[in-house]
Structures are given as structure tokens and as C-alpha cells.
Design a protein around this ligand. Structure first.
Ligand code: HEC
Length: 140
């Protein structure tokens, strides 16, 4: 179980690193939202399913989880210098097809900004933060 301190810190990290989705995400509500993602994405362990695992997705270069066969589109998106953070993941989830054209994630997207903010807060719990030197905050 993650501590309350970890949760608060993780939620805060999302707020700091977001601009387009600058609203307070609710990680508990985000866990519900993540059920839709969970069929394809793991946050429990670094094991890929239909999609790559999402542990430490914040700060990850798109298309770089070892052993996962990404689409050419996603690999090229990463090679172009993109980084996953609250803003880019938020934009991707709002419009998966439009944001990374030609990528293979078979998901329509999330319609509400609230759902996006919540799922980002949830995901942040499984990422060491993007803030330099604060990584230990996301561990047990
Ligand atoms: C039907 C399966 C499926 C569902 C549902 C799904 N995804 Fe994905 N996701 C994928 C696949 C497949 C990829 C890889 C796409 C590619 O290579 O083009 C991906 C890629 C991603 C990436 C990029 C990861 C990386 O390593 O670059 C993120 C972030 C992501 N998904 C988040 C989510 C979130 C959050 C949800 C729920 C709101 C979700 N996905 C729902 C299948 C899914």
C-alpha cells in the first residue's frame, strides 16, 4: 500500500507538471477510470499486456519500454523528442488517434478533463516523479 504522504506528493507532482490539465486530480477516482485501461496496461508490475506497462510512465520517452512492440508511429513520436508528462499523456488520452497519428492504442479516449486529471493522479502514484531528486517520494 502506498502511504498517504506518497499519494499527496504524487498528486502534487501532477499539478506542478501540468498546464493544460491544471486541476486537482483525485487518485481514488482515477483508480476507477483506470479500470478501462487496466485490461491493456499494467501498473502492478513491469509486465506488458496488450499495451506497455505504465510504471514510471511520467518522464518516459514514448515507445521505449523494453520487450514491447510499439507501432512505428509511437516509436517515431518518441524519437521526435516527446516525453510523457501530465500534459502530453493528458492530450493523448483526450484524443489517442489524433495526438499520435497512426498509433495502435485501440481506445476512443476520455471525454472529460476531470477523468483525465483523476487518472493522471492515479498513474503518478506508480511513477517516480519528474521532479529531479524527489524520486524516493514515489517508493514505499
Ligand atoms: C485496448 C487496449 C488499450 C486500452 C483500453 C488503453 N490502452 Fe494505452 N496503449 C495500448 C497500446 C497497444 C499502446 C501502444 C501503442 C503503439 O505502440 O502505437 C498504448 C500506449 C499507451 C501509452 C504510451 C506508453 C509508452 O510506453 O509510450 C500510454 C501513456 C497509455 N497507453 C495510457 C493509457 C491509459 C491511461 C488508458 C486508459 C485511460 C489506456 N492507455 C487505455 C493499448 C490500450
Amino acid at each position: 500500500m502506498k502511504s498517504l504522504k506518497t499519494f499527496l506528493f504524487a498528486a502534487g507532482a501532477v499539478l506542478i507538471s501540468t498546464s493544460a490539465y491544471a486541476m486537482e486530480g483525485d487518485a481514488a477516482a482515477g483508480e476507477q477510470v483506470f479500470r478501462t485501461c487496466g485490461t491493456c496496461h499494467n501498473v502492478e508490475e513491469e509486465r506488458n499486456k496488450v499495451g506497455p506497462h505504465l510504471i514510471n510512465v511520467f518522464g518516459r520517452t514514448p515507445g521505449t519500454v523494453e520487450g514491447f512492440r510499439y507501432s512505428k508511429a509511437m516509436t517515431e513520436f518518441g524519437e521526435g523528442g516527446a516525453v510523457w508528462d501530465a500534459e502530453t499523456i493528458g492530450a493523448y488520452l483526450a484524443d489517442p488517434r489524433g495526438y499520435v497519428r497512426g498509433n495502435r492504442m485501440a481506445f476512443v479516449g476520455l471525454k472529460s478533463e476531470e477523468e483525465i486529471a483523476n487518472v493522471l493522479a492515479y498513474l503518478a502514484q506508480f511513477s517516480e516523479t519528474v521532479e529531479e531528486g524527489e524520486g524516493e517520494a514515489a517508493t514505499e
